[in-house]
Design a binder for this molecule. Structure first.
Ligand SMILES: Cc1ncc(COP(=O)(O)OP(=O)(O)O)c(N)n1
Ligand SMILES: Cc1ncsc1CCOP(=O)(O)O
Ligand SMILES: [Mg+2]
Length: 557
């Protein structure tokens, strides 16, 4: 199955306004074309009609798709739940056929309820008859009947690859597929499998109880399993006694590879087998070769285990790990709880490396002083710093800001924001488009966009920004060739903007009041550089500005 050529379907759909077909006699023919890798993309669109319609074009691309046929784990460390998370982490769509529902946690398996065979068949048909599945991955197959159903469906709906994780015994020692299923594995499944991924116990069971205790035994087992019909074999050595490394043996029928990675010391290993197999399936679905897929999967599992070393879920001996490597950042106090509060724009401190150098301040000292003086949000605007120094400085500033509940944004550099997990970015009209930044940063991060006109404010809102920065309100020396829009320009943009606004440019203690008094509710504050950072005592200057803004706001109310 595997290796018959990579193909990707692209369909282009056009939505034509209601009634257009009759009145203009348009006929539209779209041809979904199969594309071979290295061959040209072919998309045919034939349109017949006298005028071009006012259509909205929408292209659709078939995305890599893994179907997992496995059991559900209520603790969500293994089984279907692990498969879904692994595929999501690897950027692949995952559909599911559930073969059994297990009552399971970090202690063990408390119960198994096998799904009736005809209903397993019904799920399989629902998915395979409708969706384009690239790779099928199997986990818990609790009866010989289910193995046969799988076999029949794969004949009727061929896929590019079959990844078989021959689940028989859970890591807690509970039996998930009895001896009768072994015959089904040997006779029906192995000859269809593009790869099987047994651990030592499973390899031994498939080979009639042969002892596997050394790497040399694993090599022999891989060859024997290949002889039984599997095109590729990965014997996992996780349970190998006295091994410092995690050693797996991969055999593709010609070459034997000894794949080593460091053994991660952690209790959180529940679901590693399911995850590894799903990850192999995901990489195959994306077009990787078998060896590439295995290597990526092994590296992914090692990274996720390392990341999850100290997470604590459940009280049993074997905990789940974090496939998406996100959980820790949401644990108490380490991340920001509230996404964005427009009132954070009240006193917006924007750093400047030149000013910090002039006054002998490090970035983090300057940020600390600004935050202690009352800054409600901080932007690192470091135009002449090495990227690696920027990331390091941003990490230290993030600690300071988090400790005070103040969001930290990065100016211009989405890569730096991602690298240090900052709270968001501020971007200008010539920086990366806000829509692209949103796609890269996700829905949680704060995005601000510089706008000088109502049209730009409208675009920022459409692109998914959270606030806009408008200026220069007054002339400034900090940003060269910056157009001054004045208080009137600021008011015009504020009135047009659906987003909260922060004013910027030449604002200081002596002129901040009229800005706050323009009388438009969505003007939430002022952003300043020189007013606080071009001074010996950043703390004092920030406090002074904070007092003026507070007074001005009280007067407006
Ligand atoms: C809050 C805020 N508003 C506007 C700007 C200016 O951003 P941009 O137009 O991208 O110019 P640079 O700051 O990158 O020179 C800002 N930084 N912050
Ligand atoms: C970055 C920027 N964008 C518009 S004006 C400006 C500079 C603001 O600096 P300052 O507060 O020192 O005038
Ligand atoms: Mg910019």
């Amino acid at each position: 199955m595997w290796g018959e050529g990579f193909s990707l379907n692209i369909a282009v759909s056009l939505s034509v306004p209601q009634g257009f077909r009759q009145s203009k006699g348009l006929s539209l023919v779209l041809v979904n074309s199969r594309i071979n890798r290295n061959k040209q993309t072919r998309i045919f669109m034939e349109m017949q009609g006298n005028e071009s319609p006012t259509t909205s074009y929408q292209s659709t691309v078939n995305i890599p798709h893994v179907l997992t046929v496995a059991g559900s784990d209520s603790g969500a460390g293994a089984g279907i739940q692990a498969d879904l998370k692994a595929c999501a982490a690897r950027g692949v769509y995952c559909s599911t056929v559930i073969t059994a529902v297990t009552a399971q946690n970090t202690i063990g398996v408390q119960g198994v309820n096998v799904v009736p065979e005809d209903f397993v068949a019904e799920q399989m048909k629902s998915v395979l008859s409708d969706m384009h599945v690239d790779v099928v991955k199997t986990g818990m197959l609790p009866s010989i009947g289910i193995v046969k159903i799988l076999h029949q469906h794969l004949r009727e709906y061929p896929v590019r690859a079959l990844v078989v994780d021959p689940v028989m015994v859970s890591t807690s020692g509970d039996v998930l597929a009895g001896p009768s299923v072994l015959a089904g594995f040997r006779e029906e499944l192995l000859p269809m499998a593009d790869i099987i991924t047994p651990n030592l116990k499973e390899a031994s069971a498939l080979l009639d109880g042969v002892k596997i205790k050394t790497v040399s035994d694993m090599r022999s087992a891989a060859k024997l399993l290949h002889d039984m019909g599997a095109r590729n074999v990965l014997v996992k050595g996780g349970d190998l006694p006295d091994s410092l490394d995690a050693v797996d043996i991969f055999f593709d029928g010609e070459h034997l590879y000894e794949l080593r990675s460091s053994r991660i010391k952690t209790r959180n290993t529940h679901g590693t087998g399911c995850t590894l197999a799903s990850c192999i399936a995901a990489e195959l679905a994306k077009g990787a070769s078998m060896l590439e897929a295995v290597k990526v999967a092994k590296c992914f599992v090692e990274t996720a285990l390392d990341y999850s070393k100290e997470i604590f879920i459940g009280n049993g001996p074997q905990g789940p790990f974090d496939h998406l490597m996100k959980l820790k950042s949401n644990a108490h106090n380490s991340g920001r709880q509230v996404r964005f509060n427009p009132s954070d724009l009240f006193l917006y401190a924007v750093t400047d490396s030149g000013m910090n150098r002039r006054w002998g301040h490090s970035i983090s000292d300057a940020v600390k002083a600004a935050v202690q003086g009352g800054a409600t949000i901080v932007q690192l605007r470091e135009k002449d710093i090495e990227t690696r120094d920027f990331v390091e400085a941003a990490k230290s500033c993030l600690q300071i800001c988090r400790a005070h509940g103040v969001p930290l944004l990065i100016n211009d550099r989405i890569d730096v924001a991602l690298a240090c997990d900052a709270d968001g970015v501020h971007i200008g009209q010539s920086d990366m488009p806000a829509r692209t930044a949103r796609a890269l940063l996700g829905p949680e991060k704060i995005i601000g966009v510089s706008c000088k006109t109502p049209e730009q404010a409208e675009q920022a809102w459409i692109a998914g920004a959270d606030y806009i920065g408008c200026g220069g309100v007054y002339p400034t020396h900090t940003k060269a060739n910056n157009l001054t829009v004045g208080l009137d320009g600021l008011k015009t943009v504020c009135l047009a903007s659906k987003l909260p606004v922060v004013a910027i440019g030449g604002i200081k203690v002596s002129n901040a009041r009229p800005v706050m008094e323009i009388g438009v509710p969505n003007l939430k504050g002022v952003a300043v550089v020189s007013a606080i950072f071009d001074s010996e005592c950043v703390l004092t200057e920030t406090r002074k500005l904070h007092a003026v803004l507070t007074e001005a706001t009280a007067a407006v109310k």
